[in-house]
Design a protein around this ligand. Structure first.
Ligand SMILES: NC(=O)c1ccc[n+]([C@@H]2O[C@H](COP(=O)([O-])OP(=O)(O)OC[C@H]3O[C@@H](n4cnc5c(N)ncnc54)[C@H](O)[C@@H]3O)[C@@H](O)[C@H]2O)c1
Length: 253
């Protein structure tokens, strides 16, 4: 498949980011991989694909985002799409005990990060008449995860941000959609203590964690021309975890 479109993936050296990059390359995109310097330095050297560039970028810092987006325009000439994948859990603590600095850090990466990326790229996409944003939120946007107020608030905030992107850019050929993953089998997730992992899997109707490839399939589809009428959607990619299941029979069949 060959076209000349350019995508930025943030958090591109993380569990999902690697899969997003691979899938978009398979689909013919040129890809700019944004991540923190330490994540890039920790990655094993890759082959020298001319369709890939790497930028050390802290999405929480708008100056860093502006510099990195400028580097993409310098190298590839434009930006047609952004997958906002960078995200962190900085903080597991009750509201009473949560350090406000850590709250601000988590909001800075998970919510201000996508805002910075959209601010730096949406006007040029609108001017070109075509653009795609895919934000990676979480089931945490929909539920109250105890002791994760910053994570839940930041991931729910992404839905509000998406709706404004739709309102401001929908008539310019730009779409913005949000994926709400449940448990996805990234290296970090697979490294969780087995009893916690098992408990998490028990709550998934499909009976297993999702794969990073399943996330990448959905993100890549939303970035095609075929998905041009899907705008402002929040899509659960969670094996049915969000469904409230009632069982009045107490019997397994
Ligand atoms: N894995 C899951 O089960 C799961 C579930 C729900 C939501 N998510 C969300 O999916 C996204 C990807 O998650 P993942 O599992 O691949 O996580 P990951 O930790 O493997 O990767 C996240 C990447 O983001 C990068 N990053 C962190 N702070 C950054 C910053 N300030 N600027 C730029 N990059 C930064 C990290 O270096 C890392 O490479 C995240 O937004 C996460 O919240 C993951």
């Amino acid at each position: 498949m060959s076209h000349d479109r350019v995508a930025i993936v943030t958090g591109a050296f993380g569990g999902m980011g690697v899969a997003f990059t691979r899938k978009l390359l398979d689909e013919g995109w040129r890809v700019a991989r944004f991540d923190l310097r330490q994540a890039i330095d920790a990655a094993p050297p890759t082959n020298d694909d001319k369709r890939v560039m790497v930028a050390a970028c802290d999405v929480a810092d708008y100056a860093s985002v502006e510099r990195s987006v400028a580097a993409v325009r310098e190298r590839f000439g434009k930006v047609d799409a952004v997958v906002n994948g960078a995200g962190i859990v900085a903080n597991i603590a009750s509201i009473a005990k949560m350090d406000p600095a850590k709250w601000a850090w988590e909001l800075g990466v998970n919510l201000s990060g996508p805002f910075h990326m959209i601010k730096a790229t949406a006007p040029a996409m609108a001017a070109s008449g075509w653009g795609r944003f895919v934000n990676i939120s979480s089931q945490a946007a929909q539920v109250g995860l105890r002791y994760q107020s910053a994570y839940c608030a930041s991931k729910a905030g992404l839905l509000g941000l998406m709706r404004v992107v739709v309102a401001e850019y929908g008539h310019k050929g730009v779409t913005c959609n949000t994926l709400l993953p449940g448990l996805i089998a990234t290296p970090k997730v697979l490294g969780m203590p087995p009893e916690i992992l098992q408990r998490a899997v028990e709550g998934i109707p499909t009976g297993r964690p999702g794969t990073v490839e399943e996330m990448a399939e959905m993100a890549a589809f939303l970035m095609t021309d075929k998905a041009g009428f899907i705008n402002g959607a929040s899509i659960d990619v969670d094996g049915g975890r969000h469904v409230q299941i009632s069982d009045l029979t107490r019997k397994r069949q």
